[in-house]
Design a protein around this ligand. Structure first.
Ligand SMILES: [Fe+2]
Length: 350
């Protein structure tokens, strides 16, 4: 008869106690109990239901809809559906076919400026109509006063922005009815006036707001390479217990004439590089939560089969990490080709 390893170990412990009775030394009992706990913990990790999906893009609609058996979940950009009843009905239809999560890009939560309640109200109505499994936004600011950047920008990493983010997230939770998962963003410059590094700021911001995290692994990777951090150390310094969702994507090297000023641009026009998959395996080994992994692609769309292959690769990375159960996964950094900045896509998405 097959027994799960944890149950078999418990039965072994009971049988051992019957055979040797009170003679079982406390130390031996503790050792076996420890082994039981370890096996049980490993079983929990192996049974975690991770999911892998992709961002819904109209250019990919046909390929996605004909391959829903290979896509666990879809992520939809909120702003594409905040206006227009016809589009909303289409999204409701999609949500009846496949689990949907909603991703906002314009609220500007990480700011000392109060969140725009009109925009937040639109998000609240969308969440109410679609009833997604979760919704998310960025740890970024996009406007201040009358100036709208139209772009996700990294705020100064200070106690002021930590406090401002907590206030804005409390407002979001009150109006929408749930807290968004908060995503780390890519940046090409270290935010001026910062008094702490990015891992510290992320950790303190999430703790202050009691928020969960959508971890964009390419953003983590690009920022690490661009600013001289070790991606493994960056990942290890994040609160793994707060991470519930993941983005994977790709970018390209850009430079403005000198190698010293080269940067990785997170453009979503390329496949995730190998280190991102390595980081995903590493995260799966560290994180106790089921993970929803979304492949982001915003241009230069390849055939759908190519994207589905990347979903499969993400599943293998997750399985590898879960199996490792806490053992560090070595990373091998193979960087993409350097291209002049003028040839790079100006559009940056997180
Ligand atoms: Fe992202």
């Amino acid at each position: 008869m097959f027994l799960p390893p944890a149950l078999a170990a418990l039965q072994f412990l009971a049988a051992l106690q019957m055979v040797v009775g009170e003679a079982v030394a406390e130390a031996e009992e503790a050792e076996v109990a420890g082994a039981v706990a370890a096996v049980a913990a490993a079983e929990v990790r192996m049974n975690i239901q991770d999911r892998v999906g992709m961002g819904w893009r109209s250019e990919l609609a046909g390929g996605i809809l004909s391959n829903l058996d290979r896509i666990d979940v879809l992520e939809v950009i909120a702003e594409d559906y905040c206006d227009g009843s016809a589009r909303l009905r289409a999204l409701q239809s999609l949500a009846r076919q496949v689990p949907v999560v909603i991703h906002g890009v314009s609220l500007g939560m990480a700011s000392t400026v109060a969140i725009d309640h009109k925009r937040l109200g639109k998000m609240a109505r969308l969440v109410d109509r679609i009833q997604p499994e979760s919704w998310s936004e960025h740890l970024a600011f996009v406007r201040a006063g009358d100036i709208d950047i139209g772009h996700l920008a990294a705020p100064p990493r200070t106690s002021s922005t930590i406090e401002g983010t907590a206030v804005n997230l409390a407002a979001a939770r009150a109006m929408v009815g749930s807290m968004p998962l908060m995503e780390n963003i890519a940046t090409l410059i270290n935010p001026p006036a910062s008094d702490r590094d990015e891992p510290t700021w992320l950790h303190e911001t999430l703790a202050s707001a009691n928020a969960s995290m959508l971890l964009d692994l390419h953003n983590l990777y690009a920022n690490s390479i661009n600013f001289g951090l070790d991606p493994n150390v960056f990942l290890a310094r994040l609160p793994a217990e707060r991470i519930h969702a993941v983005h994977i994507s790709g970018g390209q090297w850009i430079c403005n004439g000198t190698s010293k000023n080269s940067r990785i641009l997170d453009d979503h026009f390329h496949d995730p590089p190998d280190p991102v998959y390595d980081l995903l395996a590493d995260l799966a080994a560290l994180c106790p939560n089921p993970l929803t992994v979304i492949l982001e692609r915003d241009g230069d769309y390849p055939p759908i089969d190519h994207l589905l292959t990347q979903l499969d690769r993400a599943r293998r990375a997750l399985a590898s990490g879960r199996a490792a159960a806490g053992k560090p996964v070595p990373l091998h950094f193979g960087l993409a080709e350097t291209v002049p900045v003028q040839k790079a896509q100006a559009r940056r998405l997180s």
